[in-house]
Design a protein around this ligand. Structure first.
Ligand code: NAD
Length: 739
């Protein structure tokens, strides 16, 4: 057989080197052709008496990004078509199809000849599972190496032997954490967990693997020998009784049972560890086929893998715009956000001019980067040299003339129209004619801010999230006059700093801030309805939100929420409908001076990292009713439905124009229940008609804010889904790389 993805060369000592190097791809991924060729390769190795052992290595910088998830999507599509005619045959097809890789890896593991994998750069998902099936692993001893099984993050779990081998190779607690969190390991950690055997200099890996093979590598795994014992003993043992019930409790605490991927992972581990390997793999495959069929997996793969990659490849970039190489960026305001933006920009190798009102404030902004980089050096994730290189890129100053050669200037001064106007004018006076000006405002409409500009076509919103270094989303806002050239520049910049962009049209609060405010508002409305505060917070977390709505209110700052409510009331005039929310916020901010985390007093009391609900809440909102008077499922739904409904309204208003951006933006921007696939996937999965009915029920029960909008009512009538009615444009380019 001739191979397209691999080469095989055998040396004089009978050691074959299999080099995995897929043509036309930047990363090795597992697709059908790789599975076929790997199977043939193992057969060829077994048949060739000259070959005594095999080194599997990569011809690329990285070992592998894992399985091509579009292959699984294809398998699922076939399954759904077939299921309509013959459910049993369809189930068998899905089971057989999804376990082919498992069987090839098992064949490699039991073929009788030793395989050693050499690992460099990224080693993820199915790539890690291939390495684990080998008889030994040597990893590159450098910073670029990272190994992981991140499948739970896209609603799945490692289904090609990963759950079984990890748990037979390492300590139960570390193994479960690694699998359930989808964590990435560095070489040192992977070695201490027993998942790799050794490290070597990247260029000496194959040599080291050959040496290892010559010294003797056992081709029979411990679990295929008689008398094998699990690292921490059997499940049903005193040690097992200590660990597994607690593991189940932690799983519930962390997931609220919202993630079938994590649930079936736990099943697969607990049941598989009681069986010999072949049967254990069968159990794993059964759960894998099961999880593949869940809407959660389908939605998460679509939003967190396919759509996210499409957005990262700038699906929304105007095709006729030439690419921009951004060399220098100016940042106005070196406060909390400006300092963070300076850090991520300098990290991407771009020069930064960081301006504030006085030199001390500008220096303080740069000191933030110093702090983050010092921590990275202390943790062994960077070097002194690399740190200095980044710091040298940031020029803290008060001198606007330094902006003269910037390609892009981003303002992050106080959220105040007048101040923003002044800095816009001062910056534009110094900027070169073709440079772009961006505002990082959280809520002020871009079109109105652009009025301060002499070049409104070059004025755009680039809205970061805090903390800037951790949050992956950036929301780009088009003002009425913003040009495609400004959009292309903003997107090229976001790609350069390796974040995920969404593009929205202008409106108050844009997309993310507007929806986040409805979540906080719904929490406050629940308080007004007499729901106990603790129950509201738990409902939020149980629904899959990262924090409860009251806690988020404290984080965003209650005085800011009060300012936004007051400004909206002023702007809307008689159209503004006052509600209990206004009274609660006014009381908290004006009377009680409780602003949230920023003054350590909000709906919670804060002491350092500790926080507890403020006992005085009933003094502001009245005594709560007994928890039994409320249905927790309904409270969870209220919180999610409100955000999804607001998204549908924003979509109807054409502030959002792409379903992928709505979904990805909701998960990355404000942590909307990731298992749902995002705000619009939430509606599609429930079915538009059912969603509209629920909105109507909530309108009757809780008020007119739940009234479904026209677009939703229309879609309910025709049975449309968002993805069906507004299919996203297909992306060209190389096929997706993996998890
Ligand atoms: P901040 O108060 O921490 O920082 C503002 C900085 O601007 C201060 O250092 C201040 O000295 C400086 N400044 C004020 N007037 C100036 C002037 N005339 N010239 C130069 N510098 C001046 O505020 P922040 O939280 O960083 O917010 C900045 C902007 O980012 C606001 O528009 C805010 O709405 C937006 N934003 C904030 C967040 C957040 O979570 N904090 C998130 C997204 C967007």
């Amino acid at each position: 057989m001739t191979y397209t993805n691999f080469t095989l060369e055998t040396d004089a000592d009978g050691i074959a080197v299999v080099t995995w190097d897929m043509p036309g791809k930047s990363m090795n991924v597992i697709d059908m052709s790789v599975i076929d060729e790997l199977e043939a390769l193992v057969g060829a190795v077994v048949r060739d008496d000259v070959i005594k052992g095999v080194v599997i290595t990569s011809g690329k910088a990285a070992f592998s990004g894992g399985a091509d998830l579009t292959m699984l999507e294809g398998l699922l599509k076939d399954f759904h078509v077939k299921r309509a005619q013959d459910p049993e045959a369809a189930a068998k097809m899905l089971f057989d199809g999804s376990r082919r890789l498992t069987l090839v890896y098992r064949k490699l593991e039991t073929c009788g000849k030793p395989f050693v994998a050499t690992l460099t750069g990224t080693c993820m998902g199915g790539g890690t599972e291939l390495a684990l099936a080998c008889h030994a692993r040597i990893a590159a001893d450098d910073d670029s190496f990272k190994m992981g099984l991140p499948e739970v993050k896209v609603g799945l779990f490692p289904g090609a032997g990963g759950t079984q081998r990890v748990m037979r190779m390492t300590d139960s607690q570390q193994g479960m954490q690694f699998l359930l969190q989808g964590r990435t390991l560095r070489a040192k950690q992977a070695k201490s967990m027993g998942l790799i055997d050794d490290v070597a200099a990247p260029k000496k890996l194959v040599e080291a693997a050959k040496k290892m093979l010559k010294a003797g590598v056992d081709p029979v795994k411990p679990w295929d020998k008689k008398g094998y014992k699990l690292p921490n003993g059997q499940i049903y043992s005193p040690a097992g009784f200590q660990f597994w019930p607690a593991a189940n409790a932690i799983y519930r605490r962390e997931t609220f049972d919202n993630y079938p991927g994590a649930r079936y992972l736990l099943h697969s581990v607990v049941e598989g560890l009681q069986l010999p390997m072949d049967l254990a793999l069968q159990v794993e495959s059964r759960y894998f086929a099961k999880v593949l069929q869940t809407p959660e997996a389908a939605n998460m793969i679509r939003s967190l893998f396919v759509s996210m990659q499409e957005l990262n490849k700038l699906a929304r970039r105007p095709a006729d715009q030439r690419p921009n190489r951004i060399k220098k960026v100016g940042i106005l305001g070196a406060g909390f956000m400006g300092a963070g933006i300076a850090y991520v920009t300098a990290q991407a190798g771009i020069d930064v001019v960081l301006i504030d009102r006085d030199q001390a404030a500008a220096d303080k902004g740069k000191a933030y980067s110093d702090e983050l980089l010092t921590k990275a050096v202390q943790r062994g994730r960077s070097t002194q040299e690399a740190k200095q290189k980044v710091l040298d890129k940031i020029l803290p100053t008060t001198d606007y003339a330094e902006l003269s050669d910037c390609d892009l200037v981003i303002e992050a001064v106080f959220e105040d129209r007048e101040i923003k106007k002044t800095v816009t004018e001062k910056a534009e006076a110094a900027m070169k004619p073709r440079a772009i000006f961006a505002s990082n405002t959280s809520t002020l409409p871009i079109t109105s801010l652009a009025e301060a500009s002499q070049r409104q076509k070059s004025f755009i919103g680039i809205h970061f999230f805090s903390p800037v270094d951790k949050m992956m989303l950036v929301e780009v806002i088009m003002g009425k006059k913003t040009s495609d050239r400004a959009l292309a520049m903003a997107l090229d910049y976001i790609k350069a700093i390796r974040k995920t962009p969404i593009v929205v049209n202008d409106s108050r609060g844009f997309y993310t801030s507007r929806v986040v405010m409805t979540y906080i508002r719904e929490g406050l409305m629940m308080l007004a309805d007499g729901v106990p505060a603790a129950m509201i917070e738990n409902a939020g977390k149980m629904a899959g939100m990262p924090v409860g709505p009251l806690s988020l209110g404290d984080e965003v700052a209650l005085d800011l929420a009060w300012k936004i409510v007051s400004a909206t009331r002023k702007d809307l005039g008689v159209k503004y409908v006052e509600g209990p929310l206004d009274n609660i916020l006014e009381d908290m901010v004006v009377k009680q001076e409780r602003f949230g985390r920023k003054n350590a007093k909000g709906f919670y009391d804060y002491k350092g990292k500790e926080k507890s609900l403020w006992p005085g809440i009933p003094d502001v909102v009245g005594q709560p009713k007994p928890a039994e008077s409320f249905n927790i499922e309904e409270l969870k739904q209220r919180l999610l439905v409100m955000q999804a409904l607001e998204t549908a309204r924003i979509f109807e208003e054409s502030c959002l124009t792409d379903v992928r951006e709505a979904d990805v933006g909701s998960i990355l921007g404000f942590g909307f229940a990731p298992y749902s696939g995002g705000t619009l996937s939430y509606i599609d999965t429930m079915g538009t008609a059912a969603f509209v009915e629920l909105c109507k029920k909530f309108t009757r029960k809780w008020g007119p804010r739940f009234k479904p909008n026209k677009l939703l009512r229309e879609m309910a009538k025709t049975g449309d889904t968002f993805y069906g009615r507004f299919p996203p444009k297909a992306n060209d380019g190389e096929s997706q790389e993996a998890a």
